[in-house]
Ligand binder design. Structure first.
Ligand code: ZN
Ligand code: FE
Length: 247
């Protein structure tokens, strides 16, 4: 057996519907948005991985809640977050800006600022995987998008356009498992949409097997995500407002 371990991306479901993504490579790991620390510590110990880096997409507690405890276990860890969030993510030790390239575990990522859910939300994109990879936080969900807490509808629409312009085969790692709920909402608006119906079937099968429905791909989302299908800000705003009041 060679010691040259292949890389892998694992999803750990935590809390009600958060997913903590862990990318392992060569005995080291990068964790994306650790909502809590315990399951991450257990996972890394079980797999004998050293925590190298934490990516923070934004300041919400269900994304940063576990970080300081992980920093105690792995004091060398790089915590990468937006330079605009030095107050709300005070423990960051590597601050980044929109468009900046960073190298993590010998892999280059580009920081993409996606304003809307918060005023400084960022995503991490790399085309140095088999398929390009996007850790998108709470900006895009499968069949949905993040709530607009701090930005404007126009900013969120522009952020979704940025995502749309990435390669079609980009794998999108969202921070929440909301897919089924989002599809039920979309089907409520478009009851005869066959793409949505097929997707719901697929998602129900995965859920029955206790599997995550994410990652998704950009190609897939362009078919089934009403927010990505929206042609302009007005259409997007109508959808977002409609979803905001849908249970
Ligand atoms: Zn959030
Ligand atoms: Fe969240």
């Amino acid at each position: 057996m060679t010691l040259n371990k292949e890389q892998e991306i694992y999803g750990i479901p935590v809390l009600d519907d958060n997913i903590i993504w862990i990318w392992s490579k060569g005995g080291k790991a990068t964790v994306i948005d650790p909502a809590i620390s315990e399951p991450v510590i257990k996972f890394l110990r079980d797999k004998n991985l050293i925590l190298d880096t934490i990516f923070q997409t934004h300041h919400h507690n269900d994304h940063i809640g576990g970080t300081t405890k992980l920093m105690v276990q792995w004091p060398q860890v790089k915590v990468i977050a937006s330079i605009k969030e030095k107050k709300r993510i005070p423990f960051q030790n590597t601050s980044v800006t929109d468009g900046q390239k960073i190298t993590v575990l010998n892999t280059t990522f580009k920081v993409i600022e996606l304003i809307g859910h918060t005023i400084s939300h960022i995503a991490f994109y790399s085309d140095e995987f088999e398929n390009p990879v996007l850790f998108v936080g709470d900006t895009l969900f499968s069949a949905g998008c993040g709530r607009i807490f701090e930005g404007t509808h126009a900013e969120m629409f522009a952020s979704l356009q940025k995502i749309s312009s990435l390669p079609q085969n980009t794998k999108i790692y969202c921070a929440h498992e909301y897919t089924k709920n989002n599809l039920l909402w979309a089907l409520n608006l478009h009851p005869n949409d066959n793409l949505l119906k097929e997707k719901l079937n697929e998602v129900n099968k995965k859920i029955a097997k206790n599997k995550l429905t994410i990652p998704t791909t950009l190609e897939e989302e362009k078919k089934i995500n009403l927010f990505l299908r929206a042609k302009n800000v007005d259409e997007f705003s109508y959808l977002r407002a409609n979803k905001d009041i849908w249970v």
